[in-house]
Design a protein around this ligand. Sequence first.
Ligand SMILES: [Zn+2]
Length: 210
Amino acid sequence: MQKLQAGIHHFQANYFATHRRLFEELSEKGQRPETLFITCCDSRVVPDLITSAGPGELFTVRNVGNIVPSVTRGLVGGVSAAIQYAVEVLEVAGIIVCGHTQCGAIDAILQPERVTHLTFLSQWLAESAQIPRLIAERYGHLEGEARRLAAVEENVLVQLENLRSFDFVSRRLEAGSLKMNGWVFEIATGAVHDYDPVTEQFVQLGEPPA
Ligand SMILES: [Zn+2]
């Protein structure tokens, strides 16, 4: 806690002091973020840091496993509410679902028996219960880390599909006023991979980290 308090002081004396006008403008005019960023709770994934985004740029939704509950499953919750607000009120131009390597949620989705005693967690991760079957069908030849990465990637793609189940998302996708991307952040290297629906591959964005 003391470290965080010192951090607040550092922020106010440095970043805030040099960006005072920006915060005043955001306060007066409200937010107009261009992107809804959906990612995992994992503390190693820091959306504003990895995208160099400033205050007011990313409308961020975080949850265990960067999951978007499908409308068809009927689960109403904070994630669906935030998506509706971002798309219908803030009118974001893009939605990014960002998974990451070494995701504990993915490990639990692949081995649900490991979390059966954690009632809330296992119910939540059941939203991605189709992942183990998908991995067995499509990536049966992969093992270890490669299999885990395939599960991280497939989980991102499932959430993009679930996003389409919201009528206000599918309408804007069809109208061409909304774009969706699926990313995977690689913790050890800082690399970000973006799903290319044409080649059906995740392709590295930007310059490869040195
Ligand atoms: Zn995670």
